[in-house]
Design a protein around this ligand. Structure first.
Ligand SMILES: [Zn+2]
Length: 94
């Protein structure tokens, strides 16, 4: 399954020199007739290492949820935040 952004796709078609105005209208109408899919946008975040009186902990950069790990979250395979469900694949800001 592949999901695409219909609005971006329509912009691309509208800017294309390959289709005539009439064809562009037909394509637009066909896309608008298609029912939308209930797709939740993915939030990208990363674990932020921080230290407090309890020791080493990691904070979700999206929601601030704190999680303790025996190792690093990467080593333990935490790909998603257990609090907000953010996907932890964002590059850490340097
Ligand atoms: Zn989170």
């Amino acid at each position: 399954m592949k999901y695409i952004r219909a609005d971006l796709f329509m912009n691309k078609i509208a800017g294309s020199a390959f289709f005539s105005a009439a064809e562009k209208g037909k394509i637009r109408a066909a896309i608008e007739k298609e029912p939308g899919e209930d797709v939740t946008p993915v939030v990208h975040a990363h674990w932020v290492a921080c230290e407090d009186e309890y020791g080493e902990e990691y904070k979700c950069s999206a929601c601030g949820g704190i999680q303790f790990f025996d190792m690093t979250p990467q080593d333990e395979g935490w790909e998603y935040c257990p609090y907000c469900g953010a996907k932890m694949d964002k590059e850490e800001a340097k």
